[in-house]
Design a protein around this ligand. Sequence first.
Ligand code: IMP
Length: 183
Amino acid sequence: MEILFATSNKNKVQEAAEALKPKGITVKHLLFGHNEIRSDSLEDIAREAVQAAYKKCKKPVFVEDSGLFIGSLNGFPGTYSAWALGKLGLSGILRLLQDMPDRSARFEACIAYHDGSKVSAFEGVCKGSIAIEPRGSSGFGYDPIFVPEGYSQTFAENITLKNKLSHRYISLLEFSKSFVSGS
Ligand code: IMP
């Protein structure tokens, strides 16, 4: 089967296509730019965005909202991750963590799927920590500074690892299960 993924981020589309292909699902990109609502909840943001995407395409469609939540910064940048990266860059984020003993962080993702009549949400979390300096060149966003729990390489140094562990992969796996069970 084929499902539309409404996003402006091509990296997300590639990750979704790779994760869902083994499940027999083909991901088709719907180029979609949208002014997200402001909220501390990824799910609220995703649910609102998928309504807008559905209005545009009038076909079953999903969106995904994600962010990096840093423990010692009380969850910042969280749902403001794209904005914070644009304003501060990786170096600015690393400066905020200078001399902080706790570098724990987690990525979270929430998929919202509009099937034509209702919206369902699927979440994924990946725990890890923030590296001392950026390492690696694969992936996007915060990948060069995120080290998943139990490993020493950043996502940007080991994209194969990212594609097996990431918050996005986990949310996509949950999403794919909803088709198998027919719910
Ligand atoms: P969104 O497009 O509103 O979901 O913004 C999410 C932002 O969080 C992205 O622009 C990235 O900065 C960051 N982010 C989300 N997922 C990832 C990831 O898998 N790797 C690195 N950064 C990510």
